[in-house]
Write a protein that binds this ligand. Structure first.
Ligand SMILES: Nc1nc2c(ncn2[C@@H]2O[C@H](COP(=O)(O)OP(=O)(O)OP(=O)(O)O)[C@@H](O)[C@H]2O)c(=O)[nH]1
Ligand SMILES: [Mg+2]
Length: 682
């Protein structure tokens, strides 16, 4: 009996702390691990300890009431949400944490959308009820407005802040009072007299909502005016899985209040693997898209890879169908290679225990796979399938990086190669012109942590330079002209001659090629070389070195030589023609525009908006939140490369934001010269 949940929320809401309480309650740890003391079992990475936040998704497999619960703890900070998205692929449902003080933030909305993409059922846990300014009802109404859902409390808090001492169970209609020793050995008591009306109100709401999930239940409720506890639970389960409503719990992770209740609720209301949304995969034999059903032959996807300099590669996989025994040989369908699964481990943090087999819904770890990378499918050779990979958010930022010592270049490349295996949000390429290493990721903090890992795990230091903005070139007019490449001195000559017409396409259309040659002026077999010549020349741009995009090229005439013509000669002629006609077609520079979501307390709204205007930003919307305002804006990427520290400075660390790529737009002409000059100097 299995449940499979991911904990998701904005950074710092208490996901990892809640998992630590769960590890303690299920007997896996003797003391509750604390983020602030650096004693967390889940956030064990040295960088997670020093930064006091989760960078990697990690798994805790725990046993509770004879169920095996696979809990995935995910990062919540904006720079690491690609990791969360990858991990959600392995989850069957999600527990969304909110803060009783600040409610939900920009990142919570982002991860909520990810859960929507995977159609996951959800429950909400309003955490930090013990902290100053904790207000359950405020957070509840903010959740309702933000997510436009029907949140349905299963428990309401007794007291708040220092005097938070327990919760009222709205199904049983009993008070659960907790001791102060964090043991979570609560006692059942009568509901305090001054809370009876409130509890009645929420109880009625809960029972009504539960009854509405089923005709027989409604009838019974209308007749008898009450349902049994079992019937209420059945209704809640039905409504949660069908997403009619979202159950809400509340508690305090660090005081170990309500963590056990959450485990009970996960078992009671979250879907079993066979009731989870079905995953799509490609059947390699029939070449069809199929839904993978749990009872089919074994299949699993690797959703997370850790590369330890000592222990080697650890692959975390989620089983979607069938079961697996240790010692089995599997197929990696993406790579077409066999992998031997010699040992299977269940995880909590970095701790693991060996098991003989795993079944549907389970998450486990296998080490030292030879070919397998993150998002590869492992299956049987008899039924090879490949799961659709989760898409990663657009990378937001690129820095060029330079080893502190010239001798370290090989070590840097080797270390980065390992980190790339761990992190699907990271990519690296060498700049063709400057031969600098460009590291692209989700934000400045993301790149910084990668460099910290290089230093800590692979012992090499690198420096990062100001990020580069990925500008593009495009054209605004039609133009046409000739490119002729002719060399006839000694030996075999070279001859290619093409006439091209270039015309603009709409934004993000990319590149189109049209063959309009008549009468064999350019022989068929040379036409692909012409297209290739144009494509390659466009990658290098014409005026700035940035790729030229969103255009169409038509080849409409040319000539050839029966002996001297070759593919190479036509490719060169095409590249010459392209550069000439593009230059005549009014080249402009495009800049990336970002969607920026900023959350700030009321008193900073004016200065944040004023600042946005000075960055050529457009305010799209300003919406009140319970804790301030949500400002949505579109801003050129070049203006917000170092926004994180600047917003921190502007708001005394009270603001938060997320940023993602929106679209390319024309760079104002007065800024063009500067971009061209900088790219020449790079
Ligand atoms: N008072 C109080 N503090 C809490 C509670 N839960 C977590 N915290 C504190 O909040 C901070 C962040 O907690 P984490 O558990 O790291 O939060 P997280 O959601 O895992 O954060 P990310 O991994 O960065 O997304 C730590 O300082 C915790 O001690 C709670 O219930 N009450
Ligand atoms: Mg965490």
């Amino acid at each position: 009996m299995i449940r499979n949940v991911a904990f998701i929320s904005h950074g710092g809401a208490g996901k990892t702390s809640l998992v630590e309480a769960i590890l303690y309650n299920t007997g896996l740890t003797k003391r509750i691990g604390e983020i602030d003391a650096g004693s967390s079992v889940m956030d064990y990475d040295p960088i997670e300890i020093s930064r006091k936040l989760s960078i990697n998704a990690k798994v805790a497999t725990v046993e509770w009431n004879k169920y095996l619960l696979n809990i995935i703890d995910t990062p919540g900070y904006a720079n690491f949400l690609h990791e969360t998205k990858a991990a959600l692929f392995a989850a069957g449902s999600a527990i969304v944490l909110a803060s009783a003080i600040t409610g939900v933030k920009a990142e919570t909305q982002r991860v909520w959308q990810y859960a929507d993409e995977y159609s996951l059922s959800r429950m909400i846990f309003i955490n930090k009820m013990d902290k100053e300014r904790a207000d359950f009802y405020n957070a509840l109404s903010q959740i309702e407005r933000t997510f436009k859902i029907n949140p349905l409390p299963l428990y309401i808090p007794i007291g708040a802040e220092d005097s938070f001492k327990g919760v009222i169970d709205l199904v049983k209609m009993k008070a659960l009072i907790y001791p102060t020793d964090k043991s979570a050995n609560y006692t059942f008591q009568d509901i305090p007299a001054d809370m009876l009306d409130l509890a009645e109100k929420y109880h009625t709401k809960l029972v009504e909502a539960a009854s509405e999930t089923d005709d027989a239940l409604i009838e019974k409720y209308l007749d008898a005016g009450e349902l049994t506890e079992e019937e209420v639970r059945r209704g809640i389960r039905e409504g949660t899985i069908t997403k009619k409503f979202v159950p809400v719990l509340c508690g305090s992770a660090t005081n170990n209040i309500a963590a056990k209740l959450l485990l009970d609720a996960i078992i009671d209301y979250m879907p079993a693997p066979e009731h989870e949304p079905l995953r799509l995969a490609h059947d390699m034999k029939t070449n069809e898209e199929i839904f993978v059903r749990t009872q089919e032959a074994f299949s699993a996807m690797v959703f997370k890879t850790f590369v330890d300099p000592f222990a080697g590669k650890l692959s975390l996989f989620r089983v979607f169908s069938g079961s697996l025994k240790a010692g089995t040989e599997l197929l990696n369908a993406n790579k077409g290679e066999k992998e031997n699964i010699s040992q299977i481990n269940l995880m909590y943090g970095k701790m693991s225990t060996k098991v003989d087999s795993v079944g549907v819904g389970q998450i486990a770890m296998v080490s030292k796979l030879k070919y397998t990378e993150t998002f590869d499918t492992l299956c049987t050779a008899a039924k090879p399938i490949i799961f659709d990979k989760p898409t990663m958010p657009e990378q937001v930022i690129s820095f060029s990086i330079v080893p502190k010592s010239k001798d370290d270049e090989d070590k840097v490349s080797a270390g980065l190669a390992k980190l790339l295996e761990e992190d699907p949000g990271l990519s690296i390429k060498r700049d063709a012109e400057t031969s600098e290493l460009l590291l692209s990721g989700m934000g400045q903090m993301h790149i910084e942590t990668v460099l910290e890992q290089l230093e800590k795990k692979f012992n090499v230091g690198v420096e990062m330079k100001v990020p580069r903005v990925p500008y593009r070139e495009t054209i605004r007019m039609k133009a046409s002209g000739q490119g002729k490449y002719k060399k006839q001195s000694g030996g075999r000559g070279q001859y290619g001659d093409v006439w091209l017409e270039i015309s603009p396409l709409e934004r993000s259309a990319g590149f189109e090629f049209e063959d309009r040659v008549v009468g064999g002026a350019v022989p068929r077999n040379y036409i692909p070389a012409v297209e290739k010549g144009v494509r390659e020349a466009a990658m290098e741009g014409v005026i700035s070195g940035y790729p030229l995009v969103d255009f169409k090229v038509a080849l409409f005439d040319g000539s050839y030589h029966s002996v001297d013509s070759s593919e190479m000669a036509f490719k060169i002629a095409a590249s010459m023609a392209f550069k000439k006609v593009a230059a005549d077609a009014k080249i402009v520079i495009l800049e990336p525009i970002m969607n920026l979501d900023v959350y700030v307390p009321e008193e900073y709204v004016g200065s944040v908006i004023g600042d946005m205007n000075s960055r050529r930003g457009r305010i799209v919307n300003v919406e009140p939140q319970s804790t301030g305002q949500h400002i949505r804006a579109q801003v050129p990427m070049g203006e917000v490369l170092t926004y994180a520290p600047e917003l921190r400075g502007m708001t005394g660390s009270h603001g938060s934001f997320t940023m993602e790529f929106a679209q390319y737009e024309e760079l104002p002409s007065h800024l063009m010269d500067k971009v061209i000059a900088e790219s020449k100097g790079k």
